[in-house]
Design a protein around this ligand. Structure first.
Ligand SMILES: NC(=O)c1ccc[n+]([C@@H]2O[C@H](COP(=O)([O-])OP(=O)(O)OC[C@H]3O[C@@H](n4cnc5c(N)ncnc54)[C@H](OP(=O)(O)O)[C@@H]3O)[C@@H](O)[C@H]2O)c1
Length: 338
């Protein structure tokens, strides 16, 4: 298939690089320093998949107008704050892409794509795969789960075009599934990343990593307190947790286990995370939002935490921990540069 990835930074480069390595034709649209470095030396990917350089099947451009031909799938992967600019710049692609999706975090991104590309081109997509841009031309793949990506038709169901995308992702080494209700995956993913990011920003602050916070029991307590506020809203929406991204999100257990047992489970996850970081040489161990705080860049606070607060207000659910964490994140964010 032919893929074009608009906003090839940390995650976009890991996904694009792995697809290209598997023989898919991939065009990355990214910033000049990163694109120049890849053109000169290839794309270096380190971390959980090993240490290798991808050169074949990879085209790098700095504006969508420089991309030639038609594409099967456009994947939007800028940060949310850059979506509008990226879509405006991609106007010339509208008639040249067969399908469009976003692997960004958040709710509402698909509707934005439908407004841009037309209702029928847009497919639903979600991932927990992790990527960090370490330096121009070099990304670290930091996180995956047995099923790391889901695709589905936005109005429900699985079609041959969804199965074709799933097959390409599988072939690239990403455990991927087609699902009949992608909207549930999107809400559960937001619960997972909202818990992980909100907890990181409020509990870990600037210098710490995920396992640092889970090795201290009080840190794991905070995680479960926050997860349970998210769960109250998710269940009020009529959903039951499915653990789409286990073991990173084990919301069934966070919900059903006695409180102390759920805390123990998080502490175990922290130990496993530490072992994995040591084995792969990964040093970051942070969510994308926490990474932004660490680098003193604007965070996706309102994309990642606010949809659940809005739903809680709509459904009359009290979420004091989530409200507190949102307040902490907003204060931190206010001090960060655009
Ligand atoms: N990284 C992860 O582990 C992960 C996992 C799951 C989901 N996500 C989601 O994926 C999205 C991307 O995250 P990320 O961590 O990959 O962000 P990132 O590293 O900042 O990558 C986005 C890249 O797009 C570039 N960009 C922005 N506007 C552009 C434009 N108009 N044309 C070309 N390039 C443009 C950015 O450049 P500048 O930095 O110069 O603006 C940056 O290099 C977010 O919504 C995030 O929540 C991330």
């Amino acid at each position: 298939m032919r893929f074009i990835i608009c906003g090839a930074g940390g995650l976009g480069s890991v996904i694009g690089g792995m697809l290209a390595r598997a023989g898919e034709d991939v065009t990355l649209v990214g910033r000049p320093r990163h694109m120049d470095a890849i053109r000169a030396n290839g794309l270096r990917i380190t971390g959980i998949y090993g240490d290798f350089v991808v050169r074949e099947h990879l085209t790098c451009v700095t504006h969508p107008d420089q991309a030639t031909g038609n594409f099967d799938l456009m994947i939007l992967l800028t940060k949310a704050k850059d979506t509008e600019t990226a879509l405006a710049e991609a106007a010339s692609l509208k008639d040249r892409v067969r399908m469009v999706c976003s692997l960004q975090n958040g709710i509402g991104k698909e509707q934005r794509l439908r407004d841009w590309a037309g209702r029928d081109k847009v497919i639903g997509a979600s991932t927990i795969e992790g990527g960090v841009l370490l330096e121009p031309g070099h990304v670290m793949a930091g996180l995956t789960t047995p099923t790391t990506a889901y695709f589905g038709e936005l109005d429900g169901g699985v079609t041959p075009r969804i199965e074709a995308v799933v097959a390409a992702f599988q072939n690239a080494g990403f455990g991927t599934k087609a699902v009949p209700d992608i909207r549930q995956v999107l809400w559960e993913k937001l619960m997972q990343i909202g818990t992980a990011s909100g907890w990181s920003v409020s509990t870990l602050g600037l210098p710490l990593t995920f396992p640092d916070g889970l090795e201290v029991r009080e840190g794991a307590v905070n995680y479960i307190l926050l997860a349970r506020d998210f769960l109250k809203v998710y269940k009020a929406m009529g959903y039951a947790p499915q653990n789409f991204y286990a073991p990173m999100g084990q919301f069934r257990e966070y919900d059903s286990l006695p409180f102390d047992a759920a805390v123990d489970l998080m502490m175990q996850l922290g130990r496993r995370f530490r072992q994995r970081m040591q084995a792969s040489g990964e040093t970051e161990g942070r969510t994308s939002m926490h990474q932004d705080l660490h680098r003193r860049r604007k965070m996706e606070v309102d994309v990642i935490l606010k949809p659940y607060l809005d739903k809680a207000a709509e459904l009359g659910v009290d979420v004091p921990v989530l409200r507190y964490v949102y307040g902490v994140a907003k204060v931190q964010d206010a001090a960060l540069a655009d």
